[in-house]
Ligand binder design. Structure first.
Ligand code: KG4
Ligand code: ZN
Length: 333
């Protein structure tokens, strides 16, 4: 009945979670609002705020779970991928805590953890399944064969889907992070108001940079004719952009599922919080007779519960790291 403390600090969320025997008892997330003023995450600021937040986040996670620090069996932490300065805070904390408490360390790949968040709760997928992992830095179709046996069978050749959301919102003059705002306005608009191109990329790979350019030119040309174009049409623009991004993602996901004969399809990563994508996957799975796995909102964006649950399975495998472990900003599966 392992008690795992999970630590996440790869980008701009400082998070700590306690997992007891595969059950998440707490998941404390300290968001960083300081970046809003800069229109994106400023790495140096992010790591400084992590330093301020990490100890209170862990204390709160232990308190919420009603777990004493002496009851912990192992410390799981995000090793990468992510911002090096941010990762360093979580890794250093985990190492120091483990040293002081004489505990084993468990290093976790953040992208694998997004997928393993599906093993929190009762509705768990069965291997092998497909997972569309869509975040601010990644867009991947992953064939998940086992907890730690995953193969990326399709990925973006340029921007990530979350980046496309965030860059669109920037073009529209909306604050960072833009994804949730695109989602909010999209609910109020007509998704067929404007047509944006679908890139013709062979195989299971994605591309979003051409779409970004076409949105930029579309807005520029319309604002030249009508300076109030954005404010008068914001919901329709957001709904149309969201629809295009979602259809690009789901068309490739469908292709991947059919090519591999897989009927269990999961979503993961920050963009899986998107309403259009969640509804779109449900509709696709309903039509095809597939089963969809959509994470709870709190497990879509970055959180330590996914690190703790991944740590739980690594603990069961006896897969531990040593004190010499260092973060990896660019980490593949
Ligand atoms: O996984 P995540 O929290 O951090 C990374 O590892 O990147 O993903 C963040 C991304 C951002 O691009 C953000 O705009 C996007 O997820 N996002 C959304 C929504 N919520 C977050 N995109 C669209 N709709 C949302 N509701
Ligand atoms: Zn993430």
């Amino acid at each position: 009945m392992p008690v795992i403390l999970g630590i996440e600090s790869s980008c701009d969320e400082t998070s700590a979670s306690v997992c007891v025997d595969g059950q998440i008892l707490s998941n404390v997330i300290a968001n960083q609002t300081i970046h809003e003023a800069y229109g994106g995450v400023v790495p140096e600021l992010a790591s400084r705020v992590h330093q301020q937040n990490i100890v209170p986040a862990v204390q709160q996670a232990l308190l919420n779970a009603k777990v004493n620090k002496n009851d912990i069996d192992a410390v799981a932490f995000t090793r990468g991928p992510g911002l090096l300065g941010s990762l360093l805070v979580g890794v250093s904390f985990a190492k120091a805590f483990a040293l002081a408490q004489k505990l084993p360390l468990i290093d976790i790949n953040h992208m694998q953890a997004h997928i393993l968040a599906h093993f929190i709760g009762d509705h768990k997928p069965v291997f092998p399944f497909l997972c569309l992992t869509v975040s601010g830095g990644h867009t991947q179709i992953v064939l998940v064969k086992d907890y730690f046996d995953m193969e990326v069978i399709g990925q973006t050749i340029d921007d990530a889907a979350g980046e496309a959301m965030d860059k669109t919102s920037k073009i529209l003059g909306l604050p960072y992070p833009g994804g949730p705002l695109i989602d909010k306005y999209a609910r109020l608009g007509n998704a067929d108001a404007y047509k944006f191109p679908e890139p013709q990329i062979p195989g299971l790979d994605f591309s979003f940079s051409g779409l970004k350019t076409s949105i930029l030119y579309f807005i520029r040309d319309n604002v030249a004719k009508n300076p109030d174009f954005i404010s008068e049409n914001l919901p329709d623009i957001c709904a149309s952009v969201e629809k295009r991004i979602v259809t690009i993602l789901l068309n490739k996901l469908q292709k991947a599922a059919e090519a591999n004969g897989i009927k269990q399809i999961a979503l993961a990563g920050g963009v899986s919080a998107n309403t259009g994508l969640r509804l779109g996957l449900q509709a696709l799975c309903m039509e095809k007779g597939w089963e969809s796995f959509i994470p709870k909102m709190e497990y879509c964006t970055d959180n330590a519960a996914m690190i703790a649950i991944a740590g739980h399975y690594k603990y069961l495998n006896g897969d531990f790291a040593g004190q010499e472990i260092a973060p990896l900003a660019r980490m593949i599966f």
